[in-house]
Design a protein around this ligand. Sequence first.
Ligand code: MG
Length: 472
Amino acid sequence: MRDFIVSVSGVRGIIGETLNPETLTRFAAAFGTFVGGETVVIGRDTRTSGFMARHAVLAGLIATGCKIVDAGICPTPTALLTSKSLNAQGSLVITASHNPIDWNGLEFAAESGRLLKRTELAELMRIYESEDFRLANWAEQGSVEAFNTAVNDHIANILNCDWISCVRTRSRRVKVVIDCCNGAGSVISPCLLRELGCQVIELNCVPDGYFPHAAEPTPDALNQLCQAVKSKAADIGFAHDVDADRLVIVTDDGIPLSSEYTFAFAAEFMLNKRKGDIVATVSTSRMLDDIADRHGVKIHRTAVGVGYVVEKMQHTNAIIGGEGTGGVIYPELQYTTDGMASIAAIVQLLSDSSDSKISELAAAMPSYTLCKKKLEVPSQRTADTVMKLARKNYLDRQDWPDNQGSSLDLTDGLKRIWNDRWVIIRKSGTEPVIRVFSEAPTSEQAEALCDSTLNSLKVFMSGSSECKVTNI
Ligand code: MG
């Protein structure tokens, strides 16, 4: 039985408990085997366990004959962009993204920074489990080379995008407070902001891996940033998660916006520049539908997971894609979520909007509230049963009062959609939990929709008392 977590984004566990050096080395050897001992770019976030993890990973990659290009401490999108520019066969980033400080993990990408598909992750797991490693002999051991320009190259690539005009951003001189949670964005993001001509106030930008607040930049974690934006009379506050692929925003009046706004602003900004499709996951805010309607473009919905969004973006040639977590993909740069590119897009949006404040731009967005709850069930098997029953009931009983006027989307879990609201039921891949998310114009409506759906799930389970509802 595994004690670490494997998901579409890679492997994660608690250092010293569920993730140890041996496991990390075995995963690196499995990955070195997977890429045939070719060139692999590595990078890591600032976690204090990253030093150990780097050595464990190097052992596995060198043993399988890989030529390692080490981008050092940098955001995940920076490492993947390095892989793209070097045409490397693989990337391995040591990060646990937004998980707490005692966690770490590995994220894998294939050639040129392309995220692994589910089938490829399964193949990697097969190699890991079977220990079918391609171990190199004495003469074919791998090598390590430091790559010191990853951060500068990433900044240069962003500034080169045709939707950036430094002339305009430098004349607007946006005053920004940036909170990097002492994570991997601590160096690159303040530098990028200065290049854009912003007045920068750094908060928690010491890349030492000691997190001053929760690693996930939820509104509750951003008190210090909200206070700083107000006391410094800044135009905007930005915060990253630890590996800086996500970005969230605090308005000029010190109010933290839901992470859904990052993608919404970025999409609005990009659609003002050019026309093209948008791709979002099924659980991303319907603000995006309204924005797509307003601009007369199409929105495609995918299963939850950056990999699915990327695949759909490539098929539809979409101009932007992302998730409600604050992760946005800019295909001109690369096909992965990039918190630094989001900073540039939003600073440019402000600079293009004459004297508008970010609070005014937020107020002009379509307004919805999300409600997120989960139903804890005794086992994954129970979760499967509940999902099957829910699907059958909602498909068979379209005439239920609860269903009136709704359409069903079965892309990922079960989503019921009305004109101005939706609710989705999804099974967790890693724990015995069913997640119920809803969105509606008011918080009361969203909560009522979430609760009525949870009640139906309990009815489907024939009143089993073995489940527990909690807010998330
Ligand atoms: Mg992240």
